[in-house]
Design a protein around this ligand. Sequence first.
Ligand code: IPE
Ligand code: IPE
Ligand code: MG
Length: 251
Amino acid sequence: MSAGLRQKLDPDRLPRHVAIIMDGNGRWAQRRGLSRIRGHQEGAESVRTVVRLCREVGVAYLTLYAFSEENWQRPPLEVQALMQLLGRYLQQEIAEMVENQIAFRAIGDLSRLPAKIQRQLAATTAATGGGQALTLTLALSYGARSEIVLAARQLAAKVRAGLLTPEDIDRELFAQHLYTKDLPDPDLLIRTSGEHRISNFLLWQLAYTELYFTDTLWPDFREEEFLAALLDFQRRDRRFGLTQEQIEAQL
Ligand code: IPE
Ligand code: IPE
Ligand code: MG
């Protein structure tokens, strides 16, 4: 089934950057009478699947929302388990990332993460820096409003220091002060688990992104589901405010 889906993909119309809100781990577990933590473990397998698939089909950037600023308010035991899972994931995947030319990075308020995780993130980023096949970004302790506020503060400080005037601040300069300054805007955003919301993810960067919502829970989101999302993206007409005739004249 998924081999057939893969053949249907048009390699010339792939999203360059896919972002995913990986939601539904808790419900996946609860439906099976398991602890929420088991859902997060199973979700980590879906991460491995989509990372591998992006590399294989040729998606250049993958950004995964793994832990939001708001998620710090979850029960301490769940937060602790998520941090442990993250540590284990980094430890298990670093060699494969290097081997597969995957450049890893993390965005968010990383200073709130446990010191050991911060060290692992820095080490993984450094070890994989040369990766050319795929840039994998994990959003951790991430909140888009905080990211935008931080950018505004940095720009204000530069104006106060006389390095910039207010008129120098345009969209490009603003974007250069976001965590995502080295990433193109996402072409496709996927959210699993049936929720139709953005939950404080990449508010600035999603301005013209195609949105894809599926009821599938994150631990069940595997190869076929991901290929289905890519195929759905390929059926969309992106107009960026122009008319369809204008777009066709550009081709
Ligand atoms: C997503 O699954 C993982 C994180 C937010 C860390 P959830 O844990 O939110 O799962 P549900 O939404 O409760 O099912
Ligand atoms: C969004 O999921 C954050 C991540 C997937 C990391 P949540 O489960 O925290 O989102 P809400 O609270 O349902 O909006
Ligand atoms: Mg959720």
